[in-house]
Design a protein around this ligand. Structure first.
Ligand SMILES: O=C[C@H](O)[C@H](O)[C@H](O)COP(=O)(O)O
Length: 218
């Protein structure tokens, strides 16, 4: 199986968790794009979706799936999203596509976070993938200095503006021994909107696809 076939298999498996007549939380990225395409095949069974990015909203609408404003949605059973890295404890690094803040908001509302991924995303310890941090533009240099104090090596993601009008610092060389604490510590820096550690609210179900097929962990 190619990596794309693995992503598609994980996305297709996630359909089993979608209940009829519900609004579905939808993440962002290349794996989620396969999920959106799969969701389109059952679009007449669902009410619509809440999306974590302009990119996903566009794809959902192109399939004729209604996209709701999260402010008008009280209950979200499931949120389906990919990850850049995930551990056996279901902690993740996300935000490779700069959608981390909206992803974290939709995930916070959802009862269940279903992570879909190919097995290259599974790691023992988080941090090989540089940790994305969304920052208010005027605070960029200050936040970068604070991230150095936390032991990281921040790099400005040139030319990228998030859907919220902010910038991204990718933090290299962090040793992420305690992801929950680091998530809170980085979020406490003034000027940080949020960071890509999903540890305090990790995944509830992991659909991981490798050469041996589909594995579901919960
Ligand atoms: O901001 C982007 C998201 O966190 C993605 O879910 C993450 O980067 C994984 O994306 P992909 O499925 O393309 O590897």
């Amino acid at each position: 199986m190619t990596q794309d076939e693995m992503k598609k298999a994980a996305a297709t498996k996630a359909l089993e968790y979608i209940k009829n007549d519900t609004i579905v939380g939808v993440g962002t990225g290349s794996t989620v794009n396969y999920f959106i395409d799969a969701l389109a095949t059952i679009k007449h069974n669902i009410v619509g979706a809440v999306s974590s990015s302009e990119e996903s909203s566009k794809r959902l609408k192109a399939h004729g799936i209604e996209v709701f404003d999260l402010n008008n949605v009280d209950v979200l059973d499931v949120y389906v999203d990919g990850a850049d890295e995930i551990t056996k404890h279901m902690s993740m690094i996300k935000g490779g596509g700069a959608a981390l803040t909206r992803e974290k908001i939709v995930a916070a509302v959802a009862k269940q976070f279903i992570c879909i991924a190919d097995d290259s995303k599974q790691v023992e310890i988080l941090g090989n993938f540089p940790l994305p941090v969304e920052v208010i533009p005027m605070a960029r240099s200050y936040v970068a200095r604070e991230l150095v104090k936390l032991g990281g090596d921040p790099e400005y993601r040139q030319g990228v503006i998030t859907d919220n009008g902010n910038v991204i610092l990718d933090v290299h060389n962090l040793s992420i021994i305690n992801p929950k604490k680091l998530e809170a510590d980085i979020n406490a820096i003034v000027g940080v909107v949020t960071n890509g550690l999903f540890a305090n609210r990790g995944a509830d179900i992991l659909i991981l696809v490798g050469e041996n097929g589909v594995n579901v962990k919960q």
